[in-house]
Design a protein around this ligand. Structure first.
Ligand code: G6P
Ligand code: MG
Length: 212
């Protein structure tokens, strides 16, 4: 029985993909290495430093650990600058109305995000009010596909994993949800992930999934 729903943030509730892309693009242009939307899709759900590793792997460029830290930090400065443009008008009405219905139906709601900017984004978009718990990149040691971020969210909600449903747009996130023993629902980029137990087109479709 599903008691709680854990939502990934970026790409599920809010479209920050393009901001991530533009911020990484500034870095890769400086380094004179290739980067495109296809590689950007591989970064969904992946931590900041691991994202840089994926980008560097695709370019063959080798960089020292200390330089990697600096580059990741610089990327985040650009990203946070882009986030200043974000506000509640960037949230789809399908998202807010679905969250309202789920609360009315007494589901517990949590965020399970790899991002260290999750709380900032939730505040800027006024989404924070909908959630009973936020598990994000600041409280985990291992990022998705490791299940830690979702298991923490479940424990904050005091629910066991099998009573939790995860909504994800990242393959790494679907894997994390499956690994956590939760029901997994793919949306957006992960809508056609074979490993997801359910697939939805828009967030409100989750209301149908919950009838199963
Ligand atoms: C989310 C995004 C990833 C991003 C990660 C870390 O999972 O989908 O693309 O790399 O968060 O984000 P951060 O805001 O901490 O750099
Ligand atoms: Mg995502």
């Amino acid at each position: 029985k599903v008691n709680a729903i854990i939502f990934d943030l970026d790409g599920v509730l809010v479209s920050t993909d393009h901001f991530h892309y533009k911020a990484w693009k500034k870095i890769t242009d400086q380094l004179l290495i290739p980067f495109d939307e296809e590689v950007n899709n591989l970064l969904r759900g992946v931590s900041r430093l691991e994202s840089l590793d994926i980008i560097l792997d695709h370019s063959g460029l080798e960089v020292s650990d200390s330089e990697k830290k600096m580059l990741a930090e610089e990327k985040n400065q650009y990203y946070v600058e882009f986030l200043q443009e974000l506000n509640e008008t960037n949230i789809d009405s399908d998202v807010t109305s679905t969250l309202e219905i789920l609360i009315e139906k007494n589901y517990k709601l949590a965020i399970g995000s790899s991002s260290r900017n999750a709380k900032f984004i939730l505040e800027r978009t006024k989404l924070k009010q909908y959630f009973d718990a936020v598990s994000d990149g600041n409280n985990i040691l291992n990022s998705k596909p490791h299940p830690e971020v979702f298991l923490k969210a479940a424990s904050y909600l005091m629910e066991s994993p099998e009573n939790c449903l995860v909504v994800e747009d990242a393959y790494s996130g679907i894997e994390a949800g499956n690994e956590a023993g939760m029901i997994t629902v793919g949306i957006g980029y992960a809508a056609d992930a074979d490993s997801a137990q359910f697939s939805i087109k828009k967030l409100s479709d989750i209301l149908e999934v919950l009838k199963n």
